[in-house]
Design a protein. Structure first.
Length: 383
C-alpha cells in the first residue's frame, strides 16, 4: 500500500496537476489584485442585486450594411471555425455579418465552448442583427443559475454528486425560447463542436450529421459547460462537459472530411497566431517552481491548437482572425467576459471590422486560384 501511495504521489502527470491548482489560484488572485473591477463583474453576474441597472436599450453594434467584394469566394464552401473563449466569441456574430454583406453565406460552422452560444443561433437561420439583439438583451439570470444551496451542502455530503456551480438549466431554457424545439438536424447550416465525456474520459464531436435529434438549446448547454462552472450535462446516458478544455480549435470535422474550401478561423482564446504566454524572468520571481508549472499549464493545450491549425491549413485555404485583444480573456477574463455581457457589443463590432479588413485585403483573383499571405493583422493563407 505504501509503495502504491508513493507511486501515485510521484507520478509526473499528477505532479503537474497538483502544481497547476496553486498556479490557477495565483492567476485569479493576480487578476483581482490588478483590477478590482473583476470582483464587481463576477458579483454582478452571479449575484445580481435589485440596485443593479441593466440597459433596456440594446446598442446596435453594426453600421449600415456595406456593399463590396461581392462574389469573393464565389462557388466555394466557406466554413467559420471559432475557438472557445466565452463572451469574446461574440465577435463571431460580427464576422458572419461582414461575410454575408460580401455575399458569402457560411456553409458550415465549427464551434467550441462560448462560440456555440453565438454560432448555433446563426446556423439556425437567425441573422447577425437578430442574434445581436437577442444576446445583448440577456440579463444574467437568463443564462446563469448558480445553485448556492447545493454548494453549501457539498461539504456535508463530502462533495458527492457536486460537480459545478451552475445547473445550466437557465441557458438551455433561454435558447429554447429563442430557437424553439429545433434540433441540430433541423439547422439550415450544419455545426460541429467538441464535448468531453466524463465516464469514458474522451473527446467526441457532436454534429448535425451525428446527432440530428439533439435539440439546439441542449447542444449550447453542453458546449459551454465549463468544468467546475457548470454541472455536467446528461445526454444518451452519459455526462458531458465543455470539450474546449481538450481541443480549443474545432478543426477536426473539416480535416477528416471534405466539408469546406475556405475556413475563416476566429481566435478568441490565445494570443494572435496561437502564441502562448512568455515568462522570461521566472528564475527571478518568488516560488520559481510554480512559475515553471505556470508555463506548462497550457503547453499541451496550445500545442494541440497549433497542430489543429496546421492540419486545417494543409486541408484547405485558411484565413485567421484575432478580433479580440488577448488581455480580455487572459486569466480571470475568461470568466468575467461570460458573466458580464457589457462588452459583447464591442466584440461583435471587432469581429465585423476584422472580417472586412480581411475581405478588403483579398486580391482580385480568378475562381479557384490561391490567395497569398497578407499578414497576421487581418488574415493569412497558412502553409
Amino acid at each position: 500500500m505504501g509503495v502504491m501511495a508513493l507511486d501515485y504521489l510521484t507520478d509526473l502527470a499528477r505532479m503537474g496537476q497538483y502544481l497547476r491548482h496553486p498556479v490557477r489560484a495565483g492567476l485569479v488572485w493576480r487578476a483581482i489584485r490588478e483590477d478590482s473591477a473583476i470582483l464587481a463583474q463576477l458579483r454582478r453576474g452571479l449575484l445580481p442585486l435589485p440596485v443593479d441597472r441593466f440597459d433596456d436599450e440594446v446598442p446596435a453594434p453594426f453600421p449600415s450594411p456595406r456593399r463590396g467584394r461581392r462574389g469573393v469566394w464565389a462557388g466555394k464552401r466557406v466554413a467559420v471555425v471559432a475557438t472557445g473563449g466565452s463572451g469574446a466569441l461574440a465577435s463571431t456574430v460580427g464576422v458572419v455579418r461582414a461575410l454575408q454583406e460580401a455575399g458569402v453565406q457560411p456553409a458550415a460552422y465549427g464551434l467550441c465552448s462560448g462560440s456555440a452560444m453565438f454560432g448555433i443561433p446563426l446556423a439556425a437561420g437567425r441573422t447577425p442583427d437578430e442574434v445581436a439583439q437577442d444576446l445583448l438583451s440577456l440579463r444574467p439570470t437568463d443564462y446563469l443559475d448558480p445553485d448556492w444551496g447545493r454548494l453549501a451542502l457539498a461539504p456535508l455530503r463530502l462533495g458527492r454528486g457536486w460537480a459545478g456551480l451552475m445547473r445550466g438549466e437557465a441557458i438551455e431554457a433561454t435558447f429554447r425560447r429563442l430557437l424553439g424545439d429545433r434540433t441540430l438536424g433541423d439547422l439550415p447550416t450544419p455545426v460541429w463542436f467538441p464535448v468531453w465525456n466524463i465516464e469514458q474520459n474522451r473527446l467526441r464531436y457532436v454534429g448535425s450529421d451525428t446527432d440530428p435529434e439533439l435539440s439546439a438549446a441542449r447542444a449550447i448547454r453542453m458546449a459551454v459547460a465549463l468544468p467546475l462552472a457548470f454541472d455536467p450535462v446528461e445526454y444518451e446516458r452519459r455526462s458531458y462537459l465543455d470539450g474546449g478544455i481538450v481541443e480549443i480549435l474545432p478543426a477536426h470535422p473539416f480535416v477528416e472530411a471534405d466539408r469546406c474550401d475556405v475556413a475563416v478561423v476566429v481566435n478568441g482564446f490565445y494570443r494572435p497566431g496561437f502564441h502562448a504566454d512568455e515568462d522570461l524572468r521566472w528564475r527571478e520571481e518568488p516560488l520559481s517552481l510554480l512559475r515553471v508549472s505556470g508555463q506548462t499549464r497550457l503547453m499541451g493545450h496550445v500545442d494541440t491548437a497549433r497542430r489543429s491549425l496546421a492540419d486545417l491549413a494543409a486541408a484547405t485555404e485558411v484565413h485567421l482572425l484575432d478580433p479580440v485583444p488577448y488581455g480580455k480573456v487572459q486569466g480571470a477574463g475568461l470568466y468575467t467576459q461570460f458573466v458580464d455581457r457589457r462588452e459583447w457589443a464591442t466584440f461583435m463590432r471587432n469581429g465585423y471590422d476584422h472580417a472586412w479588413a480581411m475581405l478588403d485585403r483579398l486580391p482580385a483573383r480568378a475562381e479557384g486560384s490561391a490567395s497569398p499571405d497578407v499578414g497576421e493583422a487581418s488574415s493569412r493563407r497558412l502553409t
